[in-house]
Design a protein around this ligand. Structure first.
Ligand code: FE2
Length: 365
């Protein structure tokens, strides 16, 4: 079988935010990212300021517009701080774009070759859910800090790593009735296949029900769960997201670590706030899982609020942050996998109850 759309991995996740300098500072001090490159008026880019952050293989870009007519500023007014671009690294951006468009994607940016003294970077983008885009990036002939227009930063203090290593998955919330459409988009346009499917009798509490399909590239480099709200008694967390984001968009990114205990300890010490897990969750855990196959200290997990899930292939440890901006939209998951390719479906019940406690505090339940 030939791969219709070879993708090497995530190139970067670009956020459009209200204040990129302060967002960069937050991701540096709280999450342990190094601020490695900058583009803005000082580097000849007149309409925006962008900060490139890296930790392990994770690359985030924080971008803000500099005037009221900026599309970035309008995006921020509509959505709040959020993910604009989930960019993929590809061997040939021109081909990736042509393939995607021929299979039904709408082009946002035709292939463009960006050049400076460090070589040539080829980029091209297509529309995805909501106002989100996917940019295909070929940086095989480029050796600069990030892209033409960007300069290496010299004034940012190095960060203390929290051990975050790579992007494990990027989850989107889409409007009621559109999950299958978006699953088809990734299947037919990017050649992805379905890894999991959860329906609302697996994922539901008294208030929240959701359905989810996980699309992946078949190799595990890219995993994109798609959530759709389902009927609940009250407003589900997916609907709350859609109301506050104003459209479909990225709900959470899972960042992988090899040592979740030290990563979460560091994040907590830096002031990152996590959803709390009731003690009853840990009481149940002892009998619910096969502890002969899990190498973790349950007391330590309980102390830090880390969740555990197990399936036929192994187990995973995970925890979820609270939303990282004022609107109840984007949050993070920290994950440590041991064989399991799952997403913690066994934890969803406990997790949703925790999310709903927060939703109730906001008066949105
Ligand atoms: Fe997740």
């Amino acid at each position: 079988m030939t791969d219709v759309m070879p993708i090497l991995g995530y190139d970067a996740i670009e956020f459009w935010v209200g204040n990129a300098r302060q967002a960069a500072h937050y991701y540096r001090t709280a999450f342990g990212f190094n601020v490695v490159a900058y583009a803005g008026p000082e580097t000849g880019v007149r309409d925006r300021a962008s900060y490139v952050l890296e930790q392990g293989a994770i690359r985030f870009v924080m971008t803000a517009g500099l005037g009221p007519d900026s599309p970035i500023v309008r995006h921020q007014a509509l959505h709040g701080d959020g993910v604009r671009d989930v960019a993929f690294s590809v061997p040939n951006a021109e081909e990736a774009h042509a393939t995607a468009v021929s299979r039904g994607a709408t082009s946002w940016r035709a292939p463009e070759s960006l050049e400076d003294d460090n070589g040539k970077l080829v980029v091209a983008s297509v529309h995805a859910y909501g106002d989100t885009i996917h940019t295909f990036v070929d940086r095989s002939n480029y050796s600069g800090a990030y892209a033409p227009g960007y300069k290496k930063t010299r004034h940012w203090l190095p960060a203390d790593s929290t051990g975050l290593r790579l992007v494990d998955h990027v989850v989107c919330n889409v409007e009621l009735g559109t999950m299958d459409e978006w699953a088809d988009y990734y299947a037919s346009i990017l050649g992805f296949s379905q890894l999991h499917h959860f329906n609302d009798d697996q994922i539901s509490t008294e208030y929240t029900a959701l359905m989810s399909k996980v699309l992946w590239d078949g190799e595990g480099r890219i995993k994109l769960p798609i959530n759709e709200p389902a009927e609940g008694l009250k407003k589900s967390q997916i609907e709350e997201y859609l109301d506050f984001y104003g459209s479909a968009g990225v709900q959470h990114m899972a960042l992988a670590t090899d040592d979740i205990v030290s990563t979460v300890s560091a994040l907590r010490a830096n002031g990152v706030r996590f959803l709390s897990t009731p003690q009853s969750y840990y009481d149940d855990l002892r009998s619910r899982l096969d502890w002969t196959k899990i190498d973790a200290d349950i007391e330590q997990l309980a102390k830090l609020g880390i969740l555990v899930d197990q399936d036929d292939e192994g187990y995973l440890l995970q925890i979820f942050t609270k939303a990282v901006q004022d609107r109840p939209t984007v949050f993070y998951e920290v994950i440590e996998r041991h064989g399991s390719r799952g997403f913690g479906v066994g934890n969803f019940q406990a997790l949703f109850e925790a999310i709903e406690r927060d939703q109730e505090l906001r008066g949105n339940l």
